[in-house]
Design a protein around this ligand. Structure first.
Ligand code: 5GP
Ligand code: ZN
Length: 114
């Protein structure tokens, strides 16, 4: 997917600040952070969004969640808590059509989100 921004980040064509990397996942800092920690965990394979996930994506999905936990520990927010978000569709402002898990924390987060 040469026209996909996050595939281009994976290819090193667009710079990013790496936070974590595994065989099937990559994580980098959000360019417009909404909290002291705001990291995006993405699969190395192109999956459009959480609504297009299928059962055979199970392994990479689990790897994304394990990555998120490891990132939370490394960022020092694991014990205080953090939020994991998949945005899907227009009403959420979902802007990049490559699955990404937001890992957000480091301050009190309101609920429900705005
Ligand atoms: P979405 O709204 O689609 O769930 O989240 C997309 C996220 O990607 C946004 O939080 C936005 O700030 C971030 N983003 C968009 N373009 C770039 C980029 O080129 N680099 C990085 N690091 N983050 C980006
Ligand atoms: Zn992609």
């Amino acid at each position: 997917m040469s026209d996909c921004l996050f595939c281009r980040i994976l290819a090193g064509e667009v710079p990013s600040t790496e936070v974590h990397s595994t065989e099937r996942t990559y994580a980098f800092r959000d360019i417009n952070p909404g909290a002291p920690t705001h990291v995006l965990v993405i699969p190395r394979q192109h999956i459009e969004n959480a609504a297009t996930v299928e059962p055979d994506h199970g392994e990479v999905l689990a790897e994304m969640l394990v990555a998120a936990r490891d990132i939370a520990r490394a960022e020092g927010i694991h014990d205080r808590g953090y939020r994991l978000v998949f945005n899907v569709g227009e009403d959420t402002g979902n802007s990049v059509p490559h699955l990404h898990l937001h890992v957000i924390g480091g301050r009190k987060l309101g609920w429900p989100p705005g």
